[in-house]
Design a protein around this ligand. Structure first.
Ligand SMILES: NC(=O)c1ccc[n+]([C@@H]2O[C@H](COP(=O)([O-])OP(=O)(O)OC[C@H]3O[C@@H](n4cnc5c(N)ncnc54)[C@H](O)[C@@H]3O)[C@@H](O)[C@H]2O)c1
Length: 366
C-alpha cells in the first residue's frame, strides 16, 4: 500500500449506496454480515450512508451532487453499492451518473468477478462438481463499448443511422491484462486466457492480441492462451474446469460473467469488485435491481454478502473475508437459502443466519 492509499486511513470509511429495487434489500443484509464481522474482528470500519437512488433523483433532480466523487476519492476507503435501475427513469440517467460515474471517474479499471460453485446441486450442468467451476474473470472496466461515444443521424426516419464506437487504449489493455497475470501469480493459478473477437474487430481487438501476448512473456510460469468469445461461451458450458483466470474487454466481461453466474447457481450468488489498486474501490453484487422482487423478501443477498467479503479482503481483513465467504458456502450446503437456490428463507432470514454464523466465528478457518 502507498502512503496516499485511502485504505490506510483509520477508521476505514465505507460509503454505502443501496440504490434501487432489490439493491436496498440485499444491502441491508450485507451490512448485517459486515457489522457482525467488524464486531467479531474489531475492524476499524465506519459506515456512511448515502441516499443516491432513483427516488432521490426523482425528488431532487440530482444523481450525485457536485464534489461527491472527490469526497469518495479522498475520504473513503471503499464504496459499497446495492444495484441501480428503475423503470421510472427509462434512460437510466441516474444509474449512468452513479454507477458508470464511479467506475470511470475513479478509474476503477479492474472489474473482478469470481465464479465459484459452492454446491454441485446448484450447477445447471450435468456431472459437474464444485472443483469444476472455480475461475475468476478480469473485466476491463473503463473503456470498450461503455464509453458512450456515438450518435444518430436522421433519427426516427427510415434512413436512420446509428454509430456506436468502442475504444481500446494500449494503457487500458495493458493494465487489465497485467492485473490478471499478477493475480494469477499471487494466487498460485497457472493459466490466464484472453477472450476477444479479433477475427472481426480487426483493430481494437488486435491490440488486445498483441498486448496480451507481450505481457504474458513477462510471466514465464503462467500459461497464456486465447479464445474467441463465442468459443469461450461454448467452452464455459462444455468444460468450465479448464478455466482459471479469464481476462476480457468491458462488454464481453459483462456478458460472460452472467453466464458464469448461472454456472454457480444464478445471479443472486455472484459478487464483484471494481478496483484500482491503491485507491478507493467499489464493491457490488453482479445482479441488477430486479424491480419485480423489490421488497418481496425473494432477493438473494448472497451476491451482496460475497461482495462484502471481497471488500474486506481488499481492505486488508483477510480472515474476516474468509469467514464471510465460508458462512455463505455453509449456508448454501445446508440449504439455508432463498428460493432462487432452492431454499425457502426470506432475504432477511438469510442475512440473519449469515450474520449469526460470522458472529459466532463458526465458519472461520474454512
Ligand atoms: N450493476 C447494476 O446495478 C445493474 C446490473 C444489471 C442490471 N441493472 C439494472 O437492473 C434493472 C433490472 O435488470 P434485469 O432484470 O435485466 O437484471 P437483474 O439482475 O436485476 O434481474 C434479472 C433476473 O435475475 C434474477 N435475479 C437477479 N438478482 C437476484 C437476486 N439477488 N436474487 C434472486 N434472483 C435474482 C431475477 O430472476 C431477475 O428477474 C434494469 O434497470 C437494469 O438496467 C443494474
Amino acid at each position: 500500500m502507498s502512503a496516499t492509499d485511502p485504505r490506510l486511513h483509520r477508521p476505514q470509511r465505507i460509503a454505502i449506496l443501496p440504490g434501487d429495487g432489490i439493491g436496498r434489500d440485499v444491502t441491508a443484509e450485507a451490512l448485517k454480515v459486515l457489522e457482525a464481522a467488524a464486531e467479531r474482528w474489531s475492524l476499524p470500519l465506519e459506515l456512511v450512508h448515502f441516499p443516491y437512488s432513483a427516488d432521490h433523483y426523482l425528488e431532487t433532480g440530482i444523481s450525485l451532487p457536485p464534489g461527491q466523487m472527490e469526497e469518495f476519492r479522498d475520504r473513503f476507503a471503499a464504496i459499497f453499492i446495492g444495484a441501480y435501475g428503475d423503470p421510472r427513469i427509462p434512460d437510466m440517467r441516474h444509474a449512468a451518473d452513479i454507477l458508470l460515474g464511479i467506475r470511470f471517474q475513479l478509474d476503477l479499471y479492474v472489474n473482478f468477478r469470481p465464479c465459484k460453485l459452492y454446491d454441485a446441486r446448484l450447477c445447471p450442468l450435468a456431472g459437474k462438481s464444485e472443483k469444476d467451476v472455480d475461475f475468476v474473470v478480469f473485466r476491463e472496466n473503463t473503456e470498450g463499448a461503455y464509453v458512450g461515444i456515438g450518435g444518430n443521424f436522421k433519427k426516427g426516419t427510415p434512413d436512420e443511422v446509428a454509430v456506436q464506437e468502442e475504444i481500446h487504449t494500449r494503457k487500458g489493455v495493458e493494465r487489465i491484462v497485467r492485473a490478471a497475470f499478477e493475480w494469477a501469480q499471487a494466487h498460485g493459478r497457472g493459466k490466464v486466457l484472453m477472450a476477444d473477437k479479433s477475427n472481426v474487430m480487426r483493430y481494437g481487438h488486435d491490440l488486445w492480441q498483441r498486448v496480451f501476448f507481450e505481457v504474458a512473456g513477462e510471466y514465464g510460469g503462467i500459461a497464456a492462451s486465447h479464445m474467441y468469445v463465442d468459443a469461450l461461451c461454448m467452452q464455459m458450458v462444455k468444460a468450465p474446469e479448464q478455466f482459471e483466470v479469464i481476462v476480457t474487454n468491458n462488454m464481453f466481461g459483462d456478458i460472460v460473467t452472467d453466464l458464469g453466474a448461472a454456472l454457480q447457481g444464478g445471479l443472486g450468488v455472484a459478487g464483484s469488485a471494481n478496483v484500482h489498486p491503491g485507491r478507493v474501490s467499489m464493491f457490488e453484487p453482479v445482479h441488477g435491481s430486479a424491480p419485480k422482487y423489490a421488497g418481496t423478501g425473494r432477493a438473494n443477498p448472497m451476491g451482496a454478502v460475497l461482495s462484502t467479503a471481497l471488500m474486506l479482503d481488499e481492505l486488508g481483513h483477510g480472515e474476516a473475508a474468509s469467514a464471510v465467504e465460508a458462512a455463505v458456502a455453509m449456508a448454501i450446503r445446508a440449504g439455508e437459502t432463498t428460493r432462487d437456490l432452492g431454499g425457502s428463507l426470506s432475504t432477511s432470514e438469510v442475512g440473519d443466519r449469515l450474520a449469526r454464523a460470522v458472529a459466532a466465528g463458526a465458519a472461520a478457518g474454512r
